[in-house]
Design a protein around this ligand. Sequence first.
Ligand SMILES: [Zn+2]
Length: 106
Amino acid sequence: MGRVDQEIERVLEQKAENLSLWQEFQIHILNKKIFAGKFQKEGWSGEIAFYVFYCWDCGEITYDYPHGFIHKQYLICGKCEARIDFVPYWAPLAMLWELIRFKLGV
Ligand SMILES: [Zn+2]
C-alpha cells in the first residue's frame, strides 16, 4: 500500500472513530451509511465516495466504497469481509434512464 492509500486509510479510520452522537444514531439505529468523502486511491482513474457504516456481522464500525453494478451494489466490511447490500435509492431511476436511452438509441 502506497503513501496516498495510507493517508486515505488514516482519514477514514479517524472518521469512523470520531462519529458524532447523531451519526452514531444513524449508523446503529437507522442502519444508515455515512458519507465520508471522496477519495482517489493509487491506480484509480478518479475519485470514489467512501462510506462509514456498522457491520451487523462482527459488530464493528468500518468503511468502504461501493462495489458492483448500481442495482446490486454492496460494501465490504474491512474487519470481517462481510458483504453488506448498498443499493442507492435512485438506482431504479438510473436503470430506467439507461433503458430509455437504449430504446431511443442515444
Ligand atoms: Zn464485519
